[in-house]
Design a protein. Structure first.
Length: 662
């Protein structure tokens, strides 16, 4: 008997093996036994995770965010003695901040090994930094490329002698500190004045009697100040929700007995998400209108095993998918939490390196970048997670001529796929220039000054924005920085064009990958593995955009297939996987099968010629035949992506031959 069960929802990510017998639960078919390097999106799709781009190799550092205003934010990189800074240009390009002498801006600090456990609170151009073993300090921005850090004094201090704040937060116009189980509040809008009084705007001191363990973090929620400790989580307000804290009106209520780890919580969609004291669980903490109080809910109940290396730090990356990234030992997890849609998935991000620290930084457009310090062997690299590329849809270029539209769409999608990065520690060569090219009788003139004498033999190609713009040339002679002689390899659609590529085959700047086997994607196609020698590789062809880096593999593994038919279960019947239909969105490569040892390819890229485009990305149902005569009761389905190419799956329909056991 032939059977099939479609999977069109992967919203629960990887769940524990303990649930392998619960095929009666919806999660059995909406999750996987293994999910690595595939996101589980809010829409319920499987999405191959993007790669990390290499930025710097400046050591084992901690990273923090500094937001000056909506247009300018910084990544703070703490090494053992100095802080370095990264920020964004007016057009959104990420760059290292330079001082007035054009050297990397550095500010000395004294935190040493404690740099990984700092607590910060920021408003405008000042960041307050505290640590229980260090004097409180201010990091102050004095110009776009100038900062200083210094110990500061406060008026009316009532801190215990020899004690330093362990946590700090801004709340209701006050700066709040925590030492032990006591909180200290500044005067309203006078953050360096802790003079205690009885007036509404005076400073205050308040001990949370329900706590016996030290407060490890403070969080400013919309209607209460939240304090986390090993005893649980307390909400602090002026005696009730939305009531202001004053010296004569302050109260705390232990709203959850689930103890908290020291990592700062994050807020997403009205929920405060924090790590449990044992570092194995995630809790969502929110205000419940009916009970008029805060409730804490365990949100990774079905995904406990994946946290075995202990949760360390949470970072929320604001973008289309809104994943929460979690450093878990040396692993990285991605958590998707949307309770109203019953989405709460944990998946593992595996790399050739070990994750040491992570930080999310807001970009000028309102989205955010995820930065990571990753250890490869004995080297530590600062890297940033690449953006996911948004592709054009076929109907966006409809002209009424089917053959023309298909060709133009193929070309345009390939143009967009050039910037898809699915490699870690990646270096991207992008030969794009935004100037105007003019072709006249074997001569190209640029409105810029991009050419050098060594460009003879290199390729120039027009960048397309609609799929209809064509033009490829080979440089035969150098005339000046804005003029070269060329021969035509592909006829230009027009003699004047804005936006073009200068192709390359030699890629340098790879010293951090010296001696390593790297994978290469060129103009959207995977072209193979190379070994980095003297900080460079040389390709056989010439390409406009080249991505070089360390590969990783995506794995999705289902639970054992089986369901009830006519009161009988196929969980324990003999069966053989014979084929599958898989529905893709903008995908390439990939493998399918019932075992990691027996996989068949889904699609391969085989580009012919150094400037030809690869096949169109899969954007439809793909039938994969699978006949291996491996008959067994245990039958799982694997999807593997071992090429650095995009892949998004919306549905898998496997077909089995069921064989009677009687």
């Amino acid at each position: 008997m032939r059977t099939s069960v479609p999977i069109n929802n992967f919203a629960l990510g990887q769940v524990d093996l303990d649930l392998c017998g619960r095929n009666d639960l919806p999660l059995y078919i909406t999750s996987g036994e293994t999910v690595e390097n595939f996101y589980s999106t809010t829409q319920g799709n499987l999405l191959f995770r993007q790669g990390f781009e290499f930025l710097d190799d400046n050591g084992n550092n901690s990273v923090y965010e500094f937001i000056f205003n909506e247009a300018q934010s910084y990544l703070l990189v703490f090494d053992a003695t100095n802080i370095e800074f990264w920020s964004y240009t007016s057009d959104g390009e990420l760059v290292q901040v330079l001082d007035g002498a054009s050297n990397p801006l550095q500010v000395a600090h004294t935190y040493g090994a404690d740099r990984f456990d700092l607590k910060t609170a920021q408003k405008g151009d000042v960041m307050y930094i505290v640590h229980s073993s260090h004097e409180k300090k201010k990091l102050t921005r004095t110009a776009s490329n100038a900062f200083n850090i210094a110990v500061y004094s406060i008026t009316g201090s009532s801190f215990p002698t020899g004690k330093n704040p362990a946590s700090v937060a801004f709340y209701e116009g006050r700066l709040i500190y925590a030492i032990g189980t006591t909180i200290y509040g500044s005067k309203s809008n006078s953050y360096d004045d802790l003079t205690i009084g009885t007036g509404e705007t005076d400073g205050f001191k308040f001990d949370i009697a329900e706590l016996s363990s030290n407060i490890v973090w403070l969080f400013a929620a919309k209607n209460s100040l939240i304090a986390g400790s090993a005893d649980g989580v307390a909400s602090i307000n002026g005696g009730g929700i939305n009531q202001a804290i004053t010296p004569t009106s302050v109260s705390a209520k232990l709203s959850s007995n689930e103890g908290a780890y020291k990592a700062d919580p994050i807020e997403k969609d009205g929920y405060i998400i924090y790590i449990s004291q044992n570092q194995r669980n995630l809790y969502a903490f929110s205000y419940e209108v009916l009970s008029e109080g805060f409730q804490s809910v365990l949100i990774n109940r079905a995904s406990y095993d994946i946290t075995k290396n202990r949760l360390e730090r949470l970072e929320y990356k604001k973008d289309k998918h809104g994943f929460i990234y979690i450093r878990c030992g040396s692993d990285l997890l991605a958590f998707n939490f949307l309770p109203e849609e019953n989405v709460r998935s944990l998946i593992k991000i595996k790399s050739q390196g070990d994750f040491q620290d992570i930080c999310s930084v807001t970009k000028p457009n309102g989205d955010s970048d995820l930065f990571a310090v990753i250890k490869y062997d004995s080297d530590y690299y600062l890297e940033v997670l690449s953006d996911l590329v948004e592709f054009t849809k076929p109907d966006d270029i409809f002209s009424g001529v089917k053959a023309t539209d298909f060709l133009n769409y193929n070309i345009l999608v390939n143009e967009e796929s050039k910037l898809c990065n699915y490699l870690d520690s990646a270096i991207i060569y992008n030969g794009y220039n935004s100037t105007i090219l003019t072709y006249t009788s074997g001569t190209i003139t640029s409105s810029g000054t991009e050419f050098v004498s060594g460009d003879v033999g290199r390729i120039i190609s027009y960048k397309t924005t609609t799929g209809a713009e064509t033009g490829i040339f080979k440089i035969t002679a150098f005339t000046s920085s804005n003029e070269v002689e060329v021969t035509i390899l592909k006829e230009p659609y027009a003699n004047e064009h804005t936006g073009w590529y200068l192709h390359a085959s030699l890629i340098s700047g790879l010293a951090h990958l010296e001696g390593k086997t790297v994978q290469v994607v060129a103009d959207g196609a995977y072209i193979g593995e190379y070994t980095v020698t003297s900080g460079a590789i040389e390709l056989e062809g010439s390409y406009s955009v080249i991505i070089v880096g360390l590969g990783y593999t995506g794995i999705f593994k289902t639970f054992n297939y089986g369901f009830n038919i006519s009161v009988k279960t196929t969980q324990t019947s003999q069966k053989n996987l014979i084929k599958a239909f898989i529905r893709f969105i903008k995908s390439a490569g990939g493998k399918f099968g019932d075992s990691l040892y027996n996989l068949v390819p889904i699609q391969q890229f085989n580009p012919d010629g150094f400037y030809d485009i690869p096949p169109l990305l899969m954007d439809n149902d793909k039938e994969i035949t699978y006949n291996n005569n491996n008959i067994s009761i245990e039958k799982r389905v694997y999807i593997v992506q071992d090429l650095p190419l995009p892949m998004q799956i919306t549905m898998i329909v496997p077909y089995f031959n069921q064989i009677s056991n009687t």
